[in-house]
Design a protein around this ligand. Structure first.
Ligand SMILES: Cc1ncc(COP(=O)(O)O)c(C=O)c1O
Length: 341
């Protein structure tokens, strides 16, 4: 079975697991675990932030950021289809008690004029807007890279209006390896990225921001039960996985190969479109009259475990545990399945 549901299914390599055995450890609640401290400093430096905090998940990084940037009853502007709003189990309502204001977007890039108007409107009846949150790469559009120019413009806008800019960079390395822009800390107030997606670490995310932001984040992490002890065993695996981040580019090549094959060969009127946005995902959109679950079941019968996203899209995610040698077989299985649809 080829598991293409997500890049979260990637397993740690032996080399990654070995690094846990060799890790130097201490009590991270006392900020005394050297492996964690090194990883936090290294990640902060890589992305031009002052400090980092190792957290258990992308969700925790996102939600701690919202807790710090907002007060209950304020608003966060975010793409209408963002993860932080739609897929975090209502955590923002539960924890920071903010509400989201939808920003229309094209491939994760929001319309600045629209946001400017929202901000100006938010005087008497509308809640105060405190934060803009964007997602890079943008999951719901199929893994699009949000342009760095658009991030710089958003940074300028948020500074002019005294707002905070947060980046849900769960898959930030997919963007960075494509466009080479790393200095997020010069433009954004906080960013979180995951070690457990595509990189192949078993657990963990990094939250980045200013020194004051990370001090507060440490307190919120504790309140949420996320304080950890000899967590260098996990941080070492995250660190080793990050060292191998170039492997993500191979995932992009594999995804493009499958996409090219499908675009040339797929011919079924029940499939509306096949979408590839330049990173590690392919979306297969079925026509509105059809149930994508049916195609999902056929894929499964043909040894392809795919994921469902939204009402009409099947998601295929290429990752490090799928070898380049398997791409032809996967492509043929997808084609054969769609002929049974
Ligand atoms: C864009 C995005 N943000 C945040 C998360 C949350 O990450 P985690 O599953 O580590 O909580 C995910 C998880 O898939 C994601 O895709």
């Amino acid at each position: 079975m080829y598991d293409l549901r997500s890049d979260t299914v990637t397993k740690p390599s032996k080399e990654v697991i070995q690094s846990a055995l060799d890790a130097e450890l201490g009590d991270d609640e006392y900020i005394e675990d050297p492996t964690v401290n090194n990883l936090e400093n290294h990640c902060a430096e890589l992305l031009s932030f002052e400090k980092g905090l190792f957290v258990s998940s992308g969700l925790m990084g996102n939600q701690v950021s919202l807790l710090i940037h907002n007060e209950p009853g304020t608003e966060v502007i975010t793409p209408h289809d963002s993860h932080i709003k739609n897929y975090e189990h209502g955590a923002a309502a539960f924890l920071s008690r903010v509400q989201f204001r939808d920003a229309q977007n094209i491939d994760g890039e929001v319309d600045l004029e629209f946001i400017e108007k929202l901000i100006l409107k938010s005087k008497i009846h509308k809640p105060q807007i405190k934060t803009i949150s964007i997602e890079n790469t943008h999951l719901a559009s199929g893994g699009s890279v949000v342009s760095f120019d658009s991030i710089k413009s958003l940074s300028d806008l948020s500074r002019r209006h005294d707002l905070k800019l947060h980046v849900d960079g769960a898959r930030i390395w997919h963007a960075i390896l494509e466009d080479n822009n790393k200095n997020y800390g010069d433009y954004c107030d906080s960013l979180t990225f995951c070690f457990s997606k595509a990189l192949g670490a078993p657990i963990g995310s990094m939250l980045l921001g200013s020194k004051e932001f990370i001090k507060e984040a440490r307190e919120y992490r504790k309140k949420l039960g996320g304080g950890m002890r000899q967590v260098g065993v996990i941080a070492s695996m995250a660190s080793k996985a990050l060292e191998n981040r170039e492997c993500i580019l191979e995932d992009h090549v594999k995804a493009k190969k499958v996409y090219d094959f499908l675009v040339i060969n797929l011919n079924n009127e029940k499939i509306e479109s096949v979408v590839y946005k330049g990173t590690n995902m392919i979306f297969i959109n079925v026509i509105s009259e059809e149930d994508p679950n049916k195609l999902l079941d056929i894929f499964y019968k043909n040894s392809i475990n795919a994921g469902l996203i939204g009402d009409k899209s099947i998601r295929l995610v290429l990752h490090k545990d799928i070898s380049s040698d398997d791409i032809d077989d996967i492509s043929n299985r997808l084609l054969h399945s769609s002929s049974e649809f």
